[in-house]
Every structure is written in structure tokens, then in C-alpha cells.
Design a protein around this ligand. Structure first.
Ligand SMILES: [Zn+2]
Length: 405
């Protein structure tokens, strides 16, 4: 049977009748005596809209029938169908654009289409060519534009299987397995004759425009993204709005964006390098001060907190301290709190079990961590407990010393 969406692809509303209602995996569905709603297939997504006021969430073929999955059950009987026309028209633009694009890519450039995908923002075709040279790609877009301007009629028709077999010029990605009866063809006058069950515009002029977007290698071929019609215009409008914001931010005309940004990124990398050098120098100086303080205090364990610093800084100070002679321990914490990083580090001559002491520090700081090579580091839930942790460490060190024979 030919459904309404095939017979009148421009129709937006219709009366129909629910002839079967049921549930599939908890989702209510209805089958109709005739339908406006295109079921997902051939790369084109299913239509949306309402049936008796209930939102259509999905439309799928089920054997010979079409199931309309609804937000709520609808009982058998007469119903009004309302199509989400904006969405459908957009799909017709992308889908018809794809027919034209595929036909010209194959006939003028020898690039066969092996797959088509109509996405929510952009669509794509997969072409059997390893890469697209820029000038050929531009020539393809130009060829499409010329056929849009030519306003070529687009007409669906049905032929018998015998007629189909006799037509030499039909482009097809193969009929579905078990296909019986008539074959639906779509013709773009003078350009293309293709097997297709989808919904199409009446003329290539309705495509409005087709923009070729990014391409990338895919399964030995090339995936080429595109946007047609209203989407192409909306995309252009979004580009303009974004460019206006960027002109303000970058302070340059858009032709200079790339050069200005490349220079700014260079500057930023230089600044980051310099910041790392300065932080390293600061870490060395901090380690020298701490080392001197430790000597002066005579305490076996020292604690220090750095509110404006991070784990990387603590790591650098710890590294510097671990290279200094001596056996003293330093417990370093950082961050505005309450949580933050901590490091326990021992002087180069320390021979005790730093892992065990690190766990004592972590417990006192309500944190956790691990370590190797004279440095134990972790994350504390309470960096304000540095002094309590220091006392616990000192007690542990003295306990070990006192217990030794
Ligand atoms: Zn089609």
C-alpha cells in the first residue's frame, strides 16, 4: 500500500483511523488505516507530530505495518493526524539534497555513495574515494548549486519488479532482502533515478542551497558532512553571531582570526614556560628556607602550609627537600582549604619507613595517599590539621627512636 506520506509528501494534517493499538516493551503504539508519518528508514529519521493530540515519539516499520509509538495510549477509532512539518520539511531538504549530491558525485567525479546519515545538526554521505582534493570538492558544491538553480522536478513513481529489472539507469544500493512487488523510484529529472522509499521535495529549487562541510577518512572512503536549506541558513547565522563575538574578543577582523590566535597561543606558551620556571625557582627557595628553619628548630618534623599553592608546587618543594642532606621530615599542605594536597618528605639521609609515617600523616589529616622515593603525597580533607599531624609524626619518630636498643 502507498501511504499518505508517499502520495502527498506536502500534506501536514489528515484524518485517519486507529485500526490496531498495543504495547511494545512498555511503549504504547497504534497502527493506522493510512498515515502521514514517515517510518525511520533509508537514512531518514522517523517523523514526529501528534495522533489524537498524543505526541508521536517514534515511527517504525513492523512487517507490513507501521507502528506509531505514542506518549500515551490512543483507542481504536477515527483520529486526527498532525505532522511536525518544520521537522519533516527539514528532513526532505536534507534527503533530497543527498540524492542530488550523490548523483553528481558519482556521475561527474566517479565517487559512489556507500552510506547516508541524516543527523540532527548536519548530515553526511560516505563516498568511495580515499580523499577529496579541495578544488574537486569546490567543483562538486558548484555542480550541486547549478542543479538547484535549474529547479529540476523531483518525482517519485512505482514500477513493477520486471520494469525495474529492465531499467538500466537506476542507481540503487540494493533492494532489501525479500523485497516483493513494486519498487519505488525517485527521479530528479535529467540527473538521477534512484530506488527510495523516503520523502522528497517537489523540485531541487526547494533545497535552497547545499554547503559541503568537513570531511574525514572513513572505512577506506571519505565521510563528507553537509547542510542544506534552512539548516545551511541557520548555520550561517550562527557563524555570523559567533564571528561578531570573536571580533570583539580578539579585536581583529575575522580574516585575521587564525593569525592573531596563533600569535596569542605562542605568547601563552611562552608565559606558561616562564611561570613554570619561576615556580621552580620559588620551590627551590622555599625548600632552602624550610631546610634552614628545620636546622634552627632542632625538631625532627616540620610543618608548613601554602594557601595559594597547589600539589605541583608541593611536589617541587618536596623534590628539592629530598635532595638536601639530613634526616628531618617536612609535612607540607596547600590550598585555601578545607581540603587540599599534602606531601610528607624526608631528607636524603632518612632511613625510616616513610610509607608508615605517610599513613600516620594521612590519618591525622583525614586524607589518603601513597609514595615512593622519599616522598609521600596525597589528598587531605582537612589541611588545617597540619599541626596535629606534625605532632603525631613527631611522636611516632620519637617512639621509634626510644624503642630502638
Ligand atoms: Zn530518497
Amino acid at each position: 500500500m502507498q501511504f499518505l506520506y508517499e502520495r502527498e509528501p506536502g500534506r501536514r494534517e489528515a484524518e485517519s483511523e486507529v485500526v490496531a493499538a498495543g504495547e511494545q516493551e512498555g511503549r504504547p503504539f497504534v497502527e493506522l488505516s493510512d498515515t502521514l508519518f514517515y517510518p525511520e528508514g533509508g537514512g531518514q529519521p522517523a517523523d514526529r507530530g501528534t495522533i489524537a493530540g498524543a505526541a508521536v515519539l517514534d515511527v517504525q516499520r513492523a512487517g507490513g505495518a507501521i507502528r506509531h509509538f505514542l506518549e500515551r495510549p490512543v483507542a481504536p477509532g477515527p483520529v486526527r493526524l498532525v505532522l511536525d512539518w518544520a521537522r519533516r520539511f527539514d528532513h526532505m531538504q536534507q534527503h533530497t539534497a543527498q540524492h542530488l549530491l550523490s548523483a553528481l558525485a558519482e556521475d561527474r567525479f566517479g565517487w559512489k555513495t556507500t552510506a547516508f546519515h541524516l543527523g540532527p545538526a548536519v548530515s553526511d554521505v560516505e563516498l568511495a574515494v580515499p580523499a577529496l582534493a579541495e578544488e574537486l570538492r569546490a567543483a562538486l558544491e558548484e555542480a550541486v548549486a547549478a542543479e538547484i538553480r535549474a529547479a529540476r522536478p523531483v518525482r517519485p513513481r512505482r514500477v513493477t519488479r520486471d520494469e525495474f529489472e529492465r531499467l538500466a539507469a537506476v542507481r540503487t544500493r540494493g533492494l532489501p532482502d525479500g523485497h516483493a512487488g513494486e519498487v519505488r523510484l525517485v527521479e530528479i529529472e535529467g540527473v538521477d533515478l534512484n530506488t527510495c522509499g523516503g520523502t522528497h521535495l517537489a523540485s531541487t529549487a526547494e533545497i535552497e542551497a547545499l554547503h559541503l562541510l568537513a570531511s574525514e577518512p572513513m572505512r577506506g572512503g571519505t565521510r563528507l558532512h553537509f547542510a542544506a536549506g534552512g539548516r545551511a541558513r541557520r548555520r550561517m547565522a550562527a557563524h555570523e553571531a559567533r564571528n561578531a563575538r570573536l571580533r570583539g574578543l580578539i579585536g581583529a577582523p575575522e580574516e585575521e582570526f587564525a593569525a592573531v590566535m596563533a600569535a596569542k597561543l605562542d605568547q601563552l606558551q611562552g608565559a606558561e614556560r616562564r611561570a613554570r620556571q619561576l615556580e621552580q625557582a620559588l620551590a627551590e627557595a622555599t625548600a632552602a628556607v624550610l631546610g634552614a628553619e628545620a636546622e634552627a628548630s632542632g625538631r625532627p618534623v616540620l610543618a608548613a602550609h601554602y594557601e595559594d599553592r597547589d600539589a605541583a608546587f608541593l611536589g617541587a618543594v618536596a623534590k628539592a627537600l629530598s635532595r638536601r642532606p639530613g634526616t628531618r621530615l617536612a609535612l607540607l599542605t596547600a590550598g585555601p582549604g578545607p581540603a587540599g594536597p599534602f606531601v610528607l618528605v624526608a631528607g636524603a639521609d632518612f632511613a625510616g619507613d616513610l610509607g608508615a609515617l605517610g599513613r600516620i600523616a594521612a590519618t591525622a589529616l583525614f586524607g589518603r595517599g601513597g609514595g615512593s622515593g622519599g616522598i609521600f603525597q596525597g589528598k587531605a580533607e582537612r589541611v588545617d590539621r597540619g599541626e596535629a599531624a606534625r605532632e603525631a609524626l613527631q611522636e611516632a619518630c620519637e617512639g621509634t627512636a626510644g624503642g630502638a636498643p
